[in-house]
Design a protein around this ligand. Structure first.
Ligand code: HEC
Length: 165
């Protein structure tokens, strides 16, 4: 009975630890002497602390930009949406004052490619939005926006970051 209770406590502790970390760390817990890991298969990429902080800040800006783009599309303001997309998601979105904080140097090639593809698709989105300002083709806009968010999803599925020194 005592064994059962301590095992239960152990499980609860590891579940809450996992929930708190949002899957950022791999937890290895031993139950009944059997080791198991969470099924987080994302590749861990180490960024130096300042680059790490800057990257997450930039990510939050990306999400804000996606939100603002959707907001503008909803009100039919395609021109406004194109400006937000260009500033917040496109090549125009500078990672750091000179791009040096972008983390490119620390990314595995696959990750770099996804990042590049996201900015390319954002550029297409800007063009689609400018056209929609004339045509009003919302469906095309949403398809184009989806091509951007597809890169967010793909990269988040494949990689996670670790704060280095
Ligand atoms: C090239 C890869 C890549 C692309 C593309 C990408 N992200 Fe991320 N993003 C990451 C990684 C890696 C993390 C850290 C995840 C982790 O460590 O669990 C992250 C974290 C985030 C976070 C959390 C920020 C924080 O403060 O913790 C947000 C929000 C986010 N991304 C939004 C986006 C959005 C929106 C897009 C697309 C417009 C996007 N990202 C595109 C790789 C990417």
């Amino acid at each position: 009975m005592q064994r059962l209770i301590s095992c239960l406590i152990l499980s609860l502790t590891s579940i809450s630890a996992f929930a708190m970390s949002h899957g950022h760390t791999k937890h290895e817990t031993t139950h009944h002497g059997k080791a198991h890991t969470t099924n987080d298969t994302r590749q861990e990429v180490v960024f130096p602390a300042p680059v790490y902080d800057h990257t997450l800040k930039s990510m939050r800006e990306h999400l804000e930009a996606v939100h603002a783009v959707i907001d503008a599309i909803g009100t039919g303001d395609f021109d406004g949406a194109s400006e937000v997309a260009e500033r917040g998601l496109g090549i125009g979105h500078q990672h750091g004052p000179d791009g040096l904080q972008s983390g490119h140097a620390y990314m595995p090639p696959g990750m770099r490619k996804l990042g590049h593809q996201m900015h390319m698709n954002a550029r297409d989105l800007v063009v689609t939005l400018r056209n929609a300002d004339v045509t009003g083709d919302t469906q095309k806009v949403l398809t184009s926006l989806k091509e951007v968010t597809a890169q967010c999803v793909a990269c988040h599925k494949a990689y996670r970051l670790k704060k280095g020194d």
